[in-house]
Design a protein around this ligand. Sequence first.
Ligand SMILES: [Zn+2]
Length: 213
Amino acid sequence: MLQFNVLGFPVVVQWFFWLIMALMGGAIRAETRDDWIDVALWVIVGFVSILVHELGHALAARKFGYHSTIVLHGFGGVTIIPHARFSRGQSIWVSFSGPLAGFLLAGITFALALVIKTEYQAVRTLIGFSLFINIVWTLMNLLPVLPLDGGQILREILGPGRLQAACFIGGIVAVLVVAYAISERQIYLAFLFGYFAYINFTNGHAEGGVIKG
Ligand SMILES: [Zn+2]
C-alpha cells in the first residue's frame, strides 16, 4: 500500500488499484515488450488521471472548510470528507469538481498534443490514453447513477425527499449500461454497472459521512 501527501491531502493507493488498472490496460493479453510498455503507460495515466479527479473534489471541499483523504482502490478512487455538512449547492459543486478536473486535464493534454507534435510512439500513446480516460471516463462518471458523481449531483438536485427517485433513475441507467457493455463484450464495465444497478435498486449506497467517488 502506497501512502503520500499531495497539496496537503493524504493519499492512500491500495495494491488492488494497480492490479485492476494493469488488467484494464491489457496485462492478460500482453506478450511483447511493446505490449508491456503500453500496460505501464496505461497504469501511469490512469493513476495520474484518477488522482487529479479526486484532487478536484478535495480542493472544492477545502474551499468550504473541510479536509479530505483520497483513496485509490480497485474501482477507481474516492475522496472521503469526514464530518462535512454541505449545503445542496456546495455538495453539487464538490461533486462536479472531480469531473471538471478531469476535463481540465483532457484540455491540457490536447494543448500539449498540439504543441509537441512528436513521432515518438510512447508520447503519442500517453496522449491517447489521457484523452480517452479524461473524456470518456469522465463522461461516464457524470451518468446519473449512484455512487458516481452524476448520481450524487442528481440526488442533490432532486433533494433529500426524493432519494428513492434518484436511486430508481440510477438503477435504470445502470441496467442500460450493463446491456450496452454486454453487447460490446466489455466485461469489467458490465460487472461495475451491474454492481451499481444492485446498490441503486436496494438503496444500499453509503450514506455515512460524505464520500465523493
Ligand atoms: Zn468523482
